[in-house]
Write a protein that binds this ligand. Structure first.
Ligand code: UDP
Ligand code: MG
Length: 310
């Protein structure tokens, strides 16, 4: 069984030398124990880094048979870099792991064993979020729950640390969507799957490449690319408001026809205008979001272009 490790890297010069040596040592260990074939390797995907990342990958590739590199022509974001690496693998099995050594590498061996037991996809799930800040833990777990509520199939607390078999990767290739949220797509592939729990450490070196803005963008992507619940909520809201308006209309007519107190009320004229105006704008905004997505999808833009290989 030939294993390809896929590692997306964006400005990771601080941590890469350590990552390279740990991963190559791990591969040697796996080969010695006959868990994987000798041709197994690591593919580092340089996601348009502006530091020495690509140079480090090139050097490592020149020094070691087990190291390969792909350089994307520009920064495409973590999800696209990961996809580029996965779709480029030739191995029987691929495991994606972050460059920052946060994910416990011992889980790789467990994933391979789970694959041998028949799993096409093995999800790495972190045991706890002790190493996260309160804010991150609270928002991340709340977000996974929200996704479940919205009917998006995700594996709770699973990020992008996972094993995929060749046929799972080939299935992933069939997904042509531009708005990429791998955590939502991969559970949809089906195939036998299992979960491995692991401890997540602090970043080994360097800073997070996921600032709040990128994190929110990914979160928004996850909802709008997979769920139509927000659209259904508009319909529900529309029903509710129509119902209330109907009641108000009846009441106004009753006052007008059966009493002599029909003072044209300023409040009852102006308030609904504001209220409805606001709600309509909100709804149009959400519809627009989906329209934008449809528009982007119809373009079928390529996800990446590989500029160089090592
Ligand atoms: N990454 C990437 N492109 C980006 C941002 C991040 O390839 O635009 C990579 C990064 O190098 C790392 C992984 O994605 O290997 C996860 O990023 P990071 O560890 O910074 O995220 P965090 O763990 O803080 O959520
Ligand atoms: Mg990280």
């Amino acid at each position: 069984m030939m294993l390809s490790l896929v590692v997306p890297c964006y400005n990771e010069e601080a941590v890469l030398p350590e990552t390279i040596s740990r991963l190559t040592r791990l591969l040697e260990h796996l080969v010695e124990n006959n868990l994987v074939d000798a041709g197994s390797h690591v593919i580092f995907v340089d996601d348009g880094s502006r530091d020495r990342t690509w140079q480090i990958i090139q050097d490592a590739s020149a020094n070691s048979q087990a190291v390969q590199g792909i350089k994307l022509s520009r920064n495409q974001g973590h999800q696209n870099a990961l996809l580029a690496g996965l779709l480029d693998t030739k191995g029987d099995v691929a495991i994606s792991v972050d460059a920052d050594l946060q994910d416990d590498l011992d889980a790789i061996k467990k994933m391979i064993l789970a694959h041998r037991q028949g799993s096409d996809i093995v999800f790495g799930v972190r045991k706890s979020r002790d190493t996260d800040t309160f804010f991150k833990r609270f928002t991340a777990e709340g977000y996974y729950r929200l996704l479940e509520r919205f009917g998006v199939e995700v594996v709770f607390n699973h990020a992008d640390y996972r094993l995929m078999s060749r046929r799972a990767i080939e299935a992933l290739r069939e997904f042509n969507e531009v708005n990429l949220f791998l955590r939502g797509i991969i559970p949809q592939l089906g195939f036998p799957s299992s979960i491995i729990y692991y401890d997540r450490a602090e970043r080994f070196a360097g800073e997070s490449k996921y600032p709040l803005g990128k994190m929110l963008a990914l979160a928004w992507q996850g909802i709008t690319s997979f769920s139509t619940v927000p659209l259904r909520m508009i319909t529900a809201l529309g029903f509710l408001i129509s119902f209330v308006s109907f009641g108000i209309t009846l009441w106004a007519l009753f006052i007008r026809l059966f009493s002599d107190q029909a003072v044209p009320g300023w409040t009852s004229t102006v308030v609904p205008i504001y209220l409805l105006g606001g709600i309509q704008l909100l709804c149009i905004g959400i519809i627009g979001e989906y329209l934008a997505k449809t528009y982007m999808e119809t373009k079928r833009r390529p996800h990446f272009f590989i500029e160089d290989r090592a």
